[in-house]
Design a protein around this ligand. Structure first.
Ligand SMILES: *[C@@H]1O[C@H](CO)[C@@H](O)[C@H](O)[C@H]1NC(C)=O
Length: 403
């Protein structure tokens, strides 16, 4: 009896391991040592890095550049803390990453991009690659050079063959999704006019909303990020020339209408990072009334859900405020999620989220290749039964801000 149970358990384990093996593959890190001479370095002065998986077959001249996420640091104190982590130093990064979802190399998991050159750019500057300050503080020894890192990595990729790209995508998730918006036209300009270039932002559409205490927490935070990293001169001038506070130009709702390259916005309107850090950040909830709700949307009280529906409404108006554009794509579902393109279960699987009948992989693939436009938003939570709503562990809650 026990033996039989053990055999079944072992079979299940082997099955899971085989599934994990085929759903993702490991890709080694490349350090861009040549960037150091250009002053294009991580917060601690170490060289920036990326993971590269070469294209093959028909995808040999197609490039997907995916930017890693990981929030931001807004002042010397928080940047100093970040400096000694993988998000501030390439000396702290793991040497291999596993690629899946939009980075998968299997046609059944990633039909439109599996054979492309795929790059995952590591995030180590804390400013969504917008920092550019020449001076290095002698005490903190912090380098605010994110924009230079972006350019140094692109130079390296162009030399590796991206200069001959037929198709190219700048994409990313979370702070990396924001990077793909902020740098979209710059990326376009680096490539030949004949290259078809589009940008994908996954979970990068952070909105300028008040928190539950009524304070403008995220707006103040972004202003500090922009001031600390000297980002104003890097942010799209279409935005900075019309708004008096350059910090506002960190919000896609003020910046995206000025982006000329086609942009696809993929986001959950109940984005779990935004609920935790924009709507109900710790400082706005001193008694922790939102603690359980933020971990698991099923634990939210009716009153809290009401407030979250308000956030959903604000999110949709921050998007429609951009004005109509037939070139843009939208996939805004009502899941409690954050980053849905890099995990196989949300990108493309039998039970993946669907909106207007399409998986995220189908919608983005069709949109990139001009097979069909996609501009859909979802009905309010919990109407969408295809969601994979995130459930967080209590212990990872304080660091959740880093994802
Ligand atoms: C830096 O930012 C953090 C997070 O917003 C804040 O708690 C802290 O007070 C700030 N420190 C300084 C010196 O401004």
């Amino acid at each position: 009896m026990m033996k039989e149970r053990f055999r079944q358990w072992l079979q299940a384990l082997v099955f899971v391991l085989i599934m994990l093996r085929v759903e993702c593959y490991n890709v080694d890190i490349t350090y861009v040592e040549s960037a150091v001479a250009k002053g294009a370095v991580c917060l601690d002065g170490s060289p920036p890095a990326y993971h590269f998986s070469a294209g093959f077959g028909a995808g040999i001249n197609n490039w997907l550049v995916q930017i890693e996420g990981g929030a931001w640091c807004n002042n010397d104190t928080t940047c100093l803390a970040r400096k000694s982590t993988r998000l501030g130093s390439s000396t702290k990064m793991v040497k291999t990453l596993s690629f899946s979802g939009i980075l998968s190399n299997k046609p059944q998991f990633n039909p439109d991009f599996y054979d492309w050159n795929k790059v995952k750019v590591r995030y180590c500057d804390g400013s969504s690659f917008t920092g550019d300050i020449e001076a290095v503080n002698p005490v903190t020894k912090l380098y605010y050079r994110g924009a230079r890192v972006f350019l140094a990595i692109m130079d390296d990729l162009l030399a590796k063959g991206m200069k001959n790209a037929e198709n190219a995508i700048l994409s990313g998730c979370s702070a990396g999704g924001l990077t793909s918006i902020l740098h979209c036209d710059r990326f376009r300009a680096l490539l030949p006019a004949t290259t078809k270039v589009k940008c994908f932002s996954d979970a990068g559409y952070f909105i300028n909303a008040k928190d539950v205490s009524g304070a403008e927490h995220i707006k103040d935070f972004y202003s500090q990020v922009v001031a600390t990293h000297g980002s104003a001169k890097i942010l799209p001038s279409s935005c900075t020339s019309s708004l008096s506070d350059p910090g506002l130009c960190f919000f896609p709702q003020y910046v995206a209408h000025g982006i000329r390259t086609p942009l696809f916005v993929m986001n959950a309107a109940y984005d779990s990072w935004q609920i935790k850090n924009i709507l109900a950040p710790g400082v706005a909830d001193p008694h922790g009334l939102w603690h359980n709700c933020k971990l698991d949307i099923l634990k939210c009280s009716p009153a809290q859900l009401q407030i979250m529906h308000g956030y959903h409404t604000e999110f949709l108006s921050a998007l429609t405020g951009l004005g109509p554009s037939s070139a843009r794509g939208y996939y805004i579902n009502s899941c409690y999620a954050h980053c849905q393109t890099e995990t196989q279960e949300t990108w493309l699987r039998g039970d993946s989220p669907r909106l207007n009948g399409k998986t995220i992989a189908q919608a983005m693939g069709d949109w990139f290749h001009d097979r069909s436009p996609f501009q859909y938003t979802d009905c309010p939570y919990p109407c969408d039964k295809t969601c994979h709503n995130r459930i967080f562990e209590s212990h990872d809650y304080p660091s959740a801000g880093v994802y």
